[in-house]
Design a protein. Structure first.
Length: 94
């Protein structure tokens, strides 16, 4: 996917934020899963995506910008966690 290391320019794109969210969550998922269970991994994924989106792809300082940033974080969460799994198994009952 990448031909180079992660840069700030990559982190300002949808693909970059999705890949970064996925990498962080996959690397640390076992810690969350052991302590809280499968359902909390999705919340953890959203929190990682939200933090990264606010840091690198904020849409503005006003209320509209904050809402857009949250919506973008939700899109990144769905893409990083797998949209199919979130839609077909919303409560993570694997």
């Amino acid at each position: 996917m990448f031909n180079d290391f992660m840069t700030l320019d990559i982190l300002t794109t949808f693909a970059g934020l999705t890949a970064t969210t996925m990498l962080i969550v996959q690397f640390t998922k076992s810690l969350i899963k052991k302590r809280f269970g499968d359902a909390y991994v999705r919340l953890y994924t959203f929190l990682v995506a939200l933090i990264l989106t606010f840091l690198f792809a904020r849409q503005g300082e006003d209320a509209q910008g904050i809402v857009m940033t949250i919506i973008n974080a939700i899109l990144i969460t769905v893409a990083a966690a797998g949209g199919y799994e979130i839609i077909t198994d919303p409560l993570a009952r694997k």
